[in-house]
Design a binder for this molecule. Structure first.
Ligand SMILES: [Fe+2]
Length: 345
């Protein structure tokens, strides 16, 4: 009996090994092709505006609930959509006031420990100046002073796994972030409003140090709703879309996307970088719509198997999608293993 059973046992063991290997391979392949989602939060300044209450006057109420609706929805859908990162496009606040920052910090804190996120600074977040006696008399971006770092402190974010580093020690005005999804490495460059030349040089250096990371640049003003790069405006010195493209984005083969807000509406431009790589540059900003944007946001689901990114414009408060080719579209993007994916030491 023993002799008779041995081949059968060996056969079973071989079959079990084959099954196990196939299962592990299949799980690995599934993990490498599993769709994943990035969420983009456009200008939230109207939701936070309480001091001058311009948004409240215009729309008849406190709008902060829309900011909370956004982050609550992200938290609730993190697993279902496999949300791997949230990117805020700036103009977080209306006038860089403590009361406004408190709202923003509380709304974003719903994501703490749930979904990684980063924010960039808009013109409304820096260099606030009063220009007259009326509540509406003020202008922005006279300098780079901001309360951002008090409410989104370096001491909180530097401990996180996804945090890469900052341009200025201890300050979050310019930062970089890393994450992995479906077997691919990603890098996010979060850049100040009108990034200075020295910031773009730093961002270039960071990008060059991460050649195997697929890179997204996040900055407040870059593209307008006519699909043209922004080029002028605001007292603070630095670069808008044209300069950012020329000095940073076009120079690196691994930058594949730029995300921005600032200009009301939606815009889209795909250009070739110096190395022949396609760079998808996307604008969305819904603050000019009813209720200061009423929670409209973007989410982008990456489908590695199809080499495709599906872009959705969604309103968590209303539970509805925005239709039309400017709001709902697909982008071609090569995923899966490439030689660049293994280039980094
Ligand atoms: Fe702005």
């Amino acid at each position: 009996m023993k002799e008779l059973n041995t081949p059968s046992f060996a056969l079973n063991r071989a079959a079990a090994f084959a099954w196990l290997a196939a299962t592990v391979l299949s799980i690995g392949l599934r993990a490498e092709t599993r769709p994943f989602t990035l969420v983009v939060l456009p200008d939230t300044q109207c939701y936070c505006d309480t001091r001058h209450a311009q948004s409240a006057k215009k729309w008849g109420g406190d709008l902060r609930r829309y900011f909370f609706d956004q982050t609550r929805w992200i938290r609730q859908n993190a697993k279902k959509l496999n949300i791997v990162f949230v990117l805020h496009e700036g103009d977080i606040t209306q006038t860089d006031h403590p009361d406004e920052w408190k709202i923003a910090a509380k709304a974003m804190s719903l994501l703490d420990g749930k979904v990684p996120y980063c924010l960039c600074l808009g013109n409304h977040d820096i260099g606030y100046r009063k220009t007259g006696n009326s509540a509406d008399s003020y202008s922005t971006a006279h300098d780079r002073k901001t309360l951002f770092n008090k409410y989104f402190p370096h001491s909180k974010y530097r401990k996180l796994d996804h945090f890469g580093g900052t341009f200025t020690a201890g300050r979050m005005d310019n930062s970089y972030w890393r994450f992995e999804a479906s077997g691919m490495k990603f890098l996010i460059l979060s850049l100040e409003f009108k990034p200075r030349d020295e910031v773009l040089e730093w961002a270039s250096m960071v990008t060059e140090k991460h050649p195997a990371h697929r890179t997204i640049a996040l900055t407040h003003s870059y593209l307008d709703s006519q699909n043209k790069l922004t080029k002028s405006g605001y007292p603070v010195q630095g670069n808008l879309g044209e300069g950012i493209w020329r000095k940073l984005v076009s120079q690196h083969p691994n930058i594949f996307m730029v995300l921005c807000g600032h200009v009301l509406g939606e815009g889209r431009l795909t250009s070739k970088g110096k190395a022949g790589n396609s760079v998808h540059q996307l604008l969305c900003d819904y603050q000019g719509m009813k209720n200061g944007g009423e929670s409209w946001l973007r989410y982008m689901t990456f489908y590695p198997k199809e080499n495709k990114i599906e872009v959705f414009t969604y309103n968590p408060s209303l539970g509805s999608f925005m239709k039309g080719p400017k709001s709902r579209f697909a982008l071609q993007y090569q995923m899966g293993k490439t030689s660049a994916d293994t280039a980094e030491k």
